[in-house]
Ligand binder design. Structure first.
Ligand code: MG
Length: 159
C-alpha cells in the first residue's frame, strides 16, 4: 500500500457585493471573493492538497484563469475533476483537513454543510472531511477583512 500526503494553500481578496462560496456552500455575507472562478478558496486549497499528493502541479496549472472555460465556474466541478484524476492514478482519498482563516462572517453554522457537500465529491464519509475556521483576532489582511486564506491537507492511499 502506498500512502501520499499533500498540502494546499490559497488566498482570495474580499470585495463588496460578490458571492461568498466556501467549501461548496454559499455563505450569506456582504462581501465575497474576487476570482475568475466562483472564488471558493477552501476548495481551491483542497484541490492543491490533492494534486500535491501526486506531484501533479496546482489548480492554476490545471484550470488556468486565462481560459474562458473556467470563468465563474462552480469550484465543486474543479474538485470533481481533481478527484477523478486522483482515482485515475490508482489512489483513493483517505481524509482531508481544511483550516479557513476569515474575520467575518462567523462560519460555525456552515461547517457541517461544507463537510456534507464535499464528502460525496471526495468519495468519503463526512467523518473523513474536517473543516475548521478561525479569525485572526483582527490582525493582518484577514483581520482587516481584506481577504481569506485557507490551508488544506489531504491523505490518499493506493486503491
Ligand atoms: Mg483560488
Amino acid at each position: 500500500m502506498d500512502i501520499r500526503i499533500g498540502n494546499g494553500y490559497d488566498v482570495h481578496a474580499l470585495a463588496p457585493g460578490l458571492p461568498m462560496w466556501l467549501g461548496g456552500v454559499q455563505i450569506p455575507s456582504e462581501n465575497g471573493f474576487v476570482a475568475h472562478s466562483d472564488g471558493d478558496v477552501a476548495i481551491h486549497a483542497l484541490c492543491d492538497a490533492l494534486l500535491g499528493c501526486l506531484a501533479l502541479g496546482d489548480i492554476g496549472h490545471l484550470f488556468p484563469d486565462t481560459d474562458a472555460k473556467w470563468k465563474g465556474v462552480d469550484s465543486k466541478l474543479l474538485l470533481k475533476e481533481v478527484v477523478d484524476l486522483v482515482h485515475s492514478k490508482g489512489y483513493k482519498i483517505s481524509n482531508a483537513d481544511i483550516t479557513i482563516a476569515l474575520q467575518k462572517p462567523k462560519l460555525a453554522l456552515h461547517i457541517a454543510t461544507m463537510r456534507a457537500t464535499m464528502a460525496p465529491i471526495l468519495g468519503v464519509t463526512e467523518d473523513r472531511v474536517s473543516v475548521k475556521a478561525t479569525t485572526t483576532e483582527h490582525l493582518g489582511f484577514v483581520g482587516r477583512c481584506e481577504g481569506c486564506q485557507v490551508w488544506a491537507t489531504a491523505l490518499i492511499i493506493s486503491a
